[in-house]
Design a protein around this ligand. Structure first.
Ligand code: 2U9
Length: 354
């Protein structure tokens, strides 16, 4: 009995894992284990023998069960210690930076313009960025020989030998969109055309791709007075303060008369503030749509007339948000966006607020 005890107590003490322990349990105290078999032999013993062997076997069984339980706990503790060592975590380390996206100022301003003009009844029109030269030039009263074609630094699409379609260009303005809109729906019409435009020009204030929003309102008796009201209403909503405009006579092939439009501003310490002071800042071109342009778009100029205007979205975005360098718009480092306070999309309306 002592031998049996020593054998199991020692084996349990040196068991490497739970599986080895289980094997020992089955061998010793399992149904067909050594101690169980010995207990069965009790029946064949004399009462006297049984009186000493019985309690001794029970005590041995208890001792082995306790040793098994103690070893099981010890193994589990050791396993936990090992895990705690291996999976050690420094909770004092700073958290990982979460990358937060943000709206691009040009997209923001694009939406702002759309919302304000929508409040004045202008629908949004869209069109292709690759145009044929009729839509981009001829329909807008810019014939083949016109110097404006050369001045616009147009990107011409490559043409394969034998391609006899009219020349295609990357649109230099969004005006072709309004030609298409008039062809499609005729007059009266009130649309704006925001979108990307392309000119082969690159310096501090020009990028080969930029954004315009143009507007067109054609009806029976639209005048420059309506244009001035719409623009002042727009700029006041956009800058969130009453903004005066100044019209200067100008010339564009597609409008007659034409005007360049300045907005009221002040210059102090190198920063411009819109809607105060007595300086002026040029932001826009406009005029009464040329009869030839209406005709090209299938609208009878003896029945209909109206205004058109065009401005650079990038430029008015820089003005509103105080972004000094156009090239920031094309920077892939997003920290500057946060610097200018861009987060989610917020759109102003004519009814005020942002
Ligand atoms: C149609 C008829 C006329 C749109 C106009 C301008 C004057 C203009 C510039 C402003 C800054 C382009 O982005 S910019 O460089 N635009 O000066 N645009 S009138 O006239 C139109 C448009 C469509 C059918």
């Amino acid at each position: 009995m002592q031998e049996l005890r020593d054998k199991y107590i020692q084996a349990i003490g040196s068991a490497a894992d739970e599986a080895a322990l289980e094997e020992l349990r089955v061998q010793a105290v399992g149904k067909k284990g050594e101690i169980s078999l010995k207990m069965r032999e009790l029946g064949r013993m004399t009462p006297e023998e049984r009186q000493t062997a019985g309690p001794a076997l029970n005590a041995l069984k208890d001792e082995i069960n306790s040793a098994l339980a103690a070893k099981k706990t010890a193994l589990a503790d050791a396993a936990l210690d090992e895990r705690l060592q291996a999976e050690w975590l420094d909770v004092t380390l700073p958290g990982r930076d979460r990358r937060v996206g943000s709206i691009h100022p040009v997209s923001q301003v694009w939406e702002e313009c759309t919302a304000i003009f929508a409040d004045m009844g202008f629908a949004v029109a869209e069109g292709p960025q690759v145009e044929d030269d009729w839509y981009n030039f001829d329909a807008l009263n810019i014939p083949g020989h016109h110097p404006a074609r050369a001045e616009m630094d147009t990107f011409y699409m490559h043409r394969a030998a034998g391609d006899d379609r009219p020349p295609h260009v990357l649109r230099t303005h969004t005006s072709p969109v309004q030609i298409r809109a008039m062809q499609a729906q005729g007059a009266p019409i009130r649309v704006i055309a925001p979108g990307r435009v392309y000119r082969a020009d690159y310096d501090q204030t020009h990028t080969p791709m930029f954004h315009q929003v143009e507007g067109l309102a054609i009806d029976r008796d639209i005048s420059m007075a309506n244009l001035k009201w719409v623009l002042e209403e727009f700029f006041s909503a956009y800058f969130g303060t009453k903004v005066k405009t100044r019209f200067r006579a100008s010339h564009f092939p597609f409008t007659e008369p034409s005007a360049e439009v300045d907005i009221q501003c002040s210059w102090e310490g190198g920063t411009v503030k819109v809607g105060e002071g007595d300086d002026w800042l040029e932001v826009l071109g406009s005029g009464i749509v040329h009869p030839k342009v209406l005709e090209a778009a299938g609208v009878d100029p003896s029945q209909w007339q109206g205004f058109a205007f065009g401005m650079g979205i990038d430029r008015i975005a820089m003005l509103k948000y105080g972004i000094p360098d156009l090239r920031a718009f094309f920077d892939s480092d997003l920290r500057w966006l946060r610097h200018y306070g861009f987060s989610a999309l917020q759109v102003p309306t004519l009814r005020g607020g942002i």
